[in-house]
Design a protein around this ligand. Structure first.
Ligand code: DX5
Ligand code: ZN
Length: 217
């Protein structure tokens, strides 16, 4: 499996967002992680469609859109049109996860399903063979710069074990508290897509990306 660093623009400087995206792409980031929050599913607001369509004009990097919104099915087509490449929704937020998956497929995008730290892994088992990616939240969704909840890596281990048994190339993504001190544990647990916000968008951004990429290569 290919290991991918996905910087989260939640921690970027939005006044120079385009520049910072070019910097992370040139330094070796494979995907760009885009956190969308609605102030209802999570107690915070972030960014939405206009930002996605604006940055789409400036870069060809893979847009990994993480929807932290209630009833995400309502906005799948809009995010697809705005330029998402992969769309991940929360199983807790969707009253019809199977229909939500179908809608993402109909839009021709890669499908991701996510779960919060307290949600048991079994909740997503019925959908596993229909998704390309599972996003295991390693912190409570809503805010950047929190410490990783290390017990969530048990879910990553179990998922990778299951994927291997069935011979599947499932992308397993970790999000929250990923930095130089923790990325190795997530890698060892079986993750292959690593979101990092606050660990990337500070000081020397290119150096941060190169260091984190080095730790997963
Ligand atoms: C949290 C978001 C994360 C966040 C990660 O709800 O889903 O993507 O930006 O931030 P760090 O890497 O700072 O923990
Ligand atoms: Zn995220």
């Amino acid at each position: 499996m290919k290991n991918i660093l996905a910087p989260s623009i939640l921690a970027a400087d939005f006044s120079i967002l385009g520049e910072q995206i070019n910097t992370v792409q040139q330094a070796g980031a494979g995907w760009l992680h885009i956190d969308v929050m609605d102030g209802a599913f999570v107690p915070n607001l972030s960014l939405g469609l206009p930002v996605v369509s604006s940055i789409r004009k400036r870069t060809d990097i893979f847009f990994d859109v993480h929807l932290m919104i209630e009833e995400p099915i309502r906005y799948i087509r809009d995010f697809a049109m705005a330029g998402a490449d992969g769309i991940t929704f929360h199983v807790e937020a969707a009253s019809h996860p199977a229909k939500t998956i179908e809608e993402i497929r109909r839009c021709g995008k890669r499908v991701g399903i996510s779960l919060k730290p307290a949600t048991p892994l079994e909740v997503i088992f019925p959908y596993l063979d229909r998704v390309d990616l599972v996003l295991v939240m390693t912190v409570e969704p809503g805010f950047g710069a929190q410490a990783i909840k290390t017990e969530t890596l048990e879910k990553v281990k179990e998922l990778r074990r299951r994927a291997q048994v069935t011979g599947r190339e499932l992308d397993i993504e970790v999000d929250g508290g990923i930095k130089r001190e923790t990325i190795g544990d997530a890698l060892a647990a079986g993750a292959n897509v690593f979101v990092a916000g606050s660990a990337v968008f500070k000081d020397d951004i290119a150096a941060n990306v190169k260091e984190l990429c080095g730790l997963i290569s």
